[in-house]
Design a protein around this ligand. Sequence first.
Ligand SMILES: [Zn+2]
Length: 298
Amino acid sequence: MLRWLTGRGASPRAVERQAETLTGEVWHATLERHDFLAGLTAGESEALRQRTAWLLASKTFSAAQGLELTDTVRLSIAVQAALPILALEPERYEGWTEIIVYPEGFLIPRQEVDEAGVVHEYMQEAAGEAWDGGPLILSWHDIDQAEGDMNVVIHEFAHKLDLHHGPADGQPDLSRHPELRPRRWRQVLEQSFTSFQRALEAVEAAIPHDVDPESEAADAWYGQLPLDPYAATDPAEFFAVSSEAFFVAPRGLVELLPDWYELLAGFYRQDPWRRWRDYVDSTNMASASAAGRLTPGS
Ligand SMILES: [Zn+2]
């Protein structure tokens, strides 16, 4: 009980009990639900199963606004959250316990002070939020309907990794990565963030005046970017949005921000682009191409 109260991970026995519920059939069905999990080696699949069991045993799931918290909902969130720590210490997700799931996007009260010093209060709709030391909040609709390079679960858990032992600044704890120098991280992060901001500005300038930038018609321009434009907000969002693309649709990162991709691969100790190419090589994956996972910028 104390472990639970302090946000520590569950005991090895509790994790093992959860792992036993992830039988071959259940596990196979869970992997099948998410096409970006295709191509895991047997060893990676087993590591992911263990991390998924760790999450299920260590976190409490609560439903909000009448959502039914089914096994599918819990498992889908847990397996996606487990992917970033497949090769990392699960302790990085410690220090908090609750995952709250809303049926759809939810409203967050925001406050902003403008240049004249006037405070503006407004409600912002969100698909997920990660509180420092507190709960992680997700919209099931946005998880279930995710497309392209978007993945709200990985996004919010990347914020948790960033917040573990430090501020949300796009630099996770590197103390267990002696090969990754914090200074180099900061340098590549800043260069990549700036280069992404410039690319976004160029895309925005190229959109003709008669095309509404908020409409779907503008996707042809934004689609040239390796990341969702939200990544340009600040370095913390850049890390979270990059982590989504890194695991779900890495090609744009590999081609347009290769140093950043390499750094992320070093931190996560995974190479999803290589995993995906190996998978394509080993199977006849015309369907994968049709699903858009091999198109640049996806
Ligand atoms: Zn975010």
